[in-house]
Ligand binder design. Sequence first.
Ligand SMILES: Nc1ncnc2c1ncn2[C@@H]1O[C@H](COP(=O)(O)OP(=O)(O)OP(=O)(O)O)[C@@H](O)[C@H]1O
Length: 368
Amino acid sequence: MASINIDNVQKAFGKVMAVDHLNLDIKDGEFFTFLGPSGCGKTTTLRMIAGFYYPTKGVVRFGKKDMTRVPPEKRNTGMVFQNYALFPHMTVFENVAFGLRVRKLGSKELKMRVEDVLQKVRLEQYADRQVSQLSGGQQQRVALARALVIEPEILLLDEPLSNLDAKLRDEMRSEILRLQKDYKITTIYVTHDQSEALSMSDRIAVFNFGVCHQVGTPSEIYNEPANDFVAGFIGEINLLPVKIEKIEREYIYVIVQNGESSSELAVRNAPFNYKEENKGDLALSIRPESINILDKETEGKNIFKGTIEEVQFFGSLINILVRTGGLQLQVNALNSGLSRNLEAGSEVWVELPDEQMRIIPVVNGDGS
Ligand SMILES: Nc1ncnc2c1ncn2[C@@H]1O[C@H](COP(=O)(O)OP(=O)(O)OP(=O)(O)O)[C@@H](O)[C@H]1O
């Protein structure tokens, strides 16, 4: 096992800056995910850890060891690719044994290690099958077994589930987590699927255009997004452009442009909230499940009258689009109580609880 330190790493391909000023500390035994849209630099970073690419600048360390220019075969990392990269006409056993044969392991120990790992991925009865005769999920297990059999210090998984259907993906998620806990192996998982990242990871790094915008636990990333890109990429969110009016004790008062008029909102100034050094544009963020719908006018802060524009029924959840003045708010309510009787055209009041809102910086598309 090993910790990984990415120290001020940059990777340029000609004029394209695929990864810029990246600093990450991945702990020993951690399940760490790189999350972001296509082309944001996830795979490039993974490949620099595997040694398939060398950084243009910066240092990659495993533990305290400088690995920046060490070739891949000397790194002791196991990698699983999106397309599995198996040998289709070889048996499952031979595919898994390949890395051990390259390492010239004796036949007795080789057999023991392959059989042991095949049992771990629950493929022991398929050892003699040709890989081309296996299902997608089974092939993915062979790819995992092949990566694990060399007993790597670090396991690198590049979108390993993207070729599987939804049900199999769910099964394989649990399988990967079980194996990771079993082997207690430092694992980096690359995905653009936010629910996969939130449900599997100890911590997540969110990337866009080669820049890492935030590193945190799934709950930090979801509940305390660092900026509008992270907030918008993970889950649904309402983002309203705001200007700070004043800060008084535990409240930040902000002005939201609401069509022709403007509204004042009071946001609780939690420790992780607005920082006064944020100089650029700001947005107020609130998750759709944090907004309350009221059927009558009620005394209190941050309550606005609105009209329901759209109701979408999802069984346990009901998604409601409310217009209040010039603003449109997405509200997700549980299918119970008042929300059951709501329909387009109804008049309602929406409450934006002060402790559920955050004031976050607006970043440009390129992260600057
Ligand atoms: N070998 C290469 N030569 C030139 N440009 C590259 C190369 N590899 C990646 N890039 C560019 O670097 C940027 C980051 O690519 P990367 O593959 O790391 O993104 P990604 O987040 O893994 O995307 P995806 O989810 O689509 O795989 C992209 O703009 C890509 O076009």
